[in-house]
Unconditional design. Structure first.
Length: 444
């Protein structure tokens, strides 16, 4: 099974070196932040690697042809997969799954408590098991989102807040233990920074009252401790739409009684339904949360391909169509955003929101593919970056010492050696930050 441990190994040695150079970048103009971007990406997303070819007696083999072709990224490129199995007809469903798997190695599955039709949530669990197994089959890391959020109350909740807390903890137990061998990444608590905003208190009075009684920080701490108990090996995220000092202050308090942090990853939402973040803001946010020394995941990223704004759509004052000019705009902004995040050493994952305009949040044209499943220019931009620009496909000839040198992107690679008169020999090679990244192939 693919796990975050073997796909994304943070390289904080590089981060410390890089941060010393870029600490003031938030105050720089866009042109200076982007200066030398490809070279800087190569510095911390690629590594020197050597393939040594020898005979059974240990003699170096000269002039052997060695090819290195990437099969998966260490960086997690993902999207929510909420429309899996819900596209209405076989043609659209096949197109949805094929196009999703052709780009991503990371998929977000819905674990919303208010969607559970019963306390045990068996129907939702059965569906998520099917999706997660499909993801693993397609070499994708599945992720659960979110275990705790007061977006809305489950219909069957009692009124007693102590009983509600017990049920919430039981739901965390159920998810973490049932999916222990299948899903190892979870957004544990969602949007705790501003859990008491009026709209959520109105829609979820019972769970909001429970949060209020036990306290924002203390309740969040308890949720993380419960999730850790359910699966000690899991990668646990705190996730929020707030990217200001208030979120940073909350994270600082998410420690146990010994001062050890309770989370493994910081999740950052970036829904840009109206205004797209400037380059300076992207960099400022990354720098603000990189100080915690853990990976950053951009968990929910949206840039729309339609002109109608977020608030008007919510008020039901018209449709929100995808238009050719805005699709071109979306493609340009998507490429800029992905390049910036791939540039920053602290970022280890990007998850788009949503994959298709069909069933998209707020009915916004934020998908990478249209309602009819045809790809937008933004889909092509993302696919080109992930599978071409940042994808290793290289060849070299061994030198007098039997060595062929490469500089691949971090991830899994297929290495093939061809010597005249012999059948090709292939091996798998994992290129990781901080490793020697040396593969020895002995010819038969």
């Amino acid at each position: 099974m693919i796990t975050p441990a073997n796909l994304a190994t943070p390289g904080w040695g590089v981060l410390l070196i890089f941060a010393s150079v870029t600490r003031l970048a938030a105050a720089l103009p866009e042109a200076e932040i982007l200066t030398g971007i490809d070279q800087r990406i190569a510095t911390h997303r690629q590594a020197d690697a050597v393939v040594s070819v020898i005979t059974p007696a240990g003699t170096p083999v000269r002039q052997a042809r060695v090819t290195v072709r990437q099969t998966s990224h260490a960086f997690l490129f993902g999207c929510n997969i909420y429309m899996w199995g819900r596209n209405g007809n076989a043609r659209d469903e096949i197109a949805y799954r094929r196009q999703f798997a052709n780009v991503f190695n990371f998929a977000t599955l819905g674990f919303y408590w208010n969607d559970q039709k019963s306390q045990r949530g068996q129907d939702a669990h059965t569906r998520n098991e099917r999706i997660a197994r499909w993801c693993v089959q397609k070499q994708m890391v599945p992720k659960g989102h979110p275990l705790v959020w007061n977006q809305a109350d489950p219909e069957w909740l009692p009124h007693d807040v102590d009983e509600i807390r017990d049920l919430q903890m039981a739901y965390i137990d159920d998810c973490m233990t049932r999916f222990r061998d299948l899903i190892e990444v979870f957004d544990v608590v969602n949007e705790a920074t501003h859990f008491d905003r009026a709209r959520f208190v109105q829609r979820a009075p019972k769970t909001s009252a429970m949060w209020q009684k036990f306290g924002r920080i203390e309740f969040t701490r308890q949720c993380f401790q419960r999730a850790r108990w359910g699966n000690p090996a899991a990668s646990l995220l705190i996730n929020d739409y707030r990217v200001d000092p208030a979120y940073k202050s909350l994270i600082e308090k998410l420690v146990d009684d010994d001062g050890e942090r309770l989370y493994d990853v910081i999740g950052i939402q970036s829904h840009m339904h109206e205004d797209v973040w400037s380059t300076a803001k992207v960099w400022e946010v990354c720098e603000r949360f990189a100080t915690f020394g853990v990976p950053l995941h951009f968990t929910e990223m949206t840039i729309t391909s339609g002109k109608l704004g977020f608030r008007l759509a919510r008020q039901g004052k018209g449709s929100w169509p995808s238009t050719p000019d805005r699709e071109a705009f979306q493609a340009r902004e998507v490429e800029r955003f992905y390049r910036l995040l791939f540039l920053h050493p602290a970022v280890e994952a990007i998850s788009w929101w949503d994959f298709t305009d069909r069933g998209a949040w707020q009915k916004a044209p934020g998908g990478l593919v249209r309602i009819d499943m045809s790809p937008k220019p933004a889909y092509q931009s993302v696919q080109k970056l992930i599978k071409q620009t940042w994808w290793t496909d290289d060849a070299a000839t061994t030198d007098a010492d039997g060595n062929a040198k490469f500089r691949p992107f971090y991830g899994q690679h297929n290495v093939t050696v061809v010597v005249p008169g012999q059948p090709p020999v292939s091996r798998s090679m994992s290129v990781r930050k901080g490793d020697s990244n040396r593969l020895v192939i002995t010819l038969p």
